[in-house]
Design a protein around this ligand. Structure first.
Ligand code: ADP
Length: 270
């Protein structure tokens, strides 16, 4: 079983990703796809007059500030346009894809953060009306049911709180939780960079291999912004028993097959 997370940044080649997924499925591989949609969400939010806002936590993680209006725009793009676009591309290739958000069937459940701490201009501030949280439980019965019946699940945030509220969650960490829950051997996290770059944005500084115990250090020294969350997701996946996490490039040809060949940053226990 392979869990593949495709980012939502500019430049990602969904056509190539879906071509690879179709090939893997034809070869008998079980695949679960998780996707983002951040770039398109930013564009739509701007067009709708509700520009995106991002906040940084005291530990340095960046996330989207999610009020109700933002959440609804987020759902339009992630669960609507991006999810259905991927499902359509897979269906065109004969893959029986089913698109679901974390709300559907309580697929991704967790605790909503009642308050978050953010740092602005060096000062810490509390925000209460933020609809975000973290996936703590994955509905494996639903996923395994789909997989056993030959469907390919295509999953996207938001998730659902225990109280039944939609909440934004990080897609990389949700993919990691899904990989752990399903006992996947591999988690691919594909984005618009070749992998983890020692000197971002210098693409020739790609780190080709990392051991799990080096993650903490490189996260502090090399990764900025959203890349730090990918490394956190990688760490959670490995701790949960996933054998290999590969941070790969979703821009060129054969993005999934290349990553499976180890092109990118391969992160494993050793
Ligand atoms: P996606 O939405 O595709 O999942 P993100 O935008 O969340 O991708 O994260 C990938 C981004 O992380 C890259 O586009 C890059 O701007 C940023 N980044 C920060 N530090 C690094 C680094 N050391 N190596 C690679 N990318 C980095």
């Amino acid at each position: 079983m392979i869990v593949i997370k495709i980012g939502g940044s500019e430049g990602i080649d969904y056509e190539a990703v879906c071509g690879d997924v179709a090939q893997l499925v034809r070869e008998g591989q079980r695949v679960v796809l998780v996707h983002g949609g951040s770039h398109l969400t930013n564009q739509v939010a701007l067009a709708l007059g509700h520009p995106p806002q991002f906040v940084t936590s005291p530990s340095g993680y960046t996330s989207r500030l999610t009020d109700r209006a933002t959440l609804e725009i987020f759902e339009m793009v992630y669960c609507g346009q991006v999810n259905k676009n991927i499902v359509e591309r897979l269906q065109r290739r004969g893959v029986n894809a089913v698109g679901l958000s974390g709300l559907d069937g309580r697929l991704w459940q967790g605790t909503r953060k009642s308050v978050i701490k953010v740092v602005e201009n060096g000062r810490t501030r509390l925000i209460r009306d933020n609809l975000t949280g973290r996936v703590e439980q994955v509905n494996t019965a639903l996923l395994n049911g789909l997989l056993h019946s030959g469907f390919v699940p295509v999953l996207t945030p938001p998730a659902i709180s225990y109280d039944g509220e939609a909440m934004n969650v990080d897609g990389d960490r949700a993919a990691a939780a899904t990989a752990v829950a399903l006992g996947a051997a591999e988690l691919l996290i594909l984005s618009n960079v070749p992998g983890l770059l020692r000197h971002f944005p210098d693409e020739s500084s790609l780190i080709r291999h990392l051991a799990a115990d080096e993650l903490e250090h490189v996260s502090q020294t090399c990764a900025q912004g959203r890349m730090r969350i990918k490394l956190l997701g990688a760490q959670e996946a490995l701790q949960g028993g996933v054998r290999r996490v590969i941070l790969g490039d979703a821009r060129g040809e054969r993005p999934v097959l290349r990553a499976l060949d180890g092109v990118g940053t391969v992160i494993s226990e050793q």
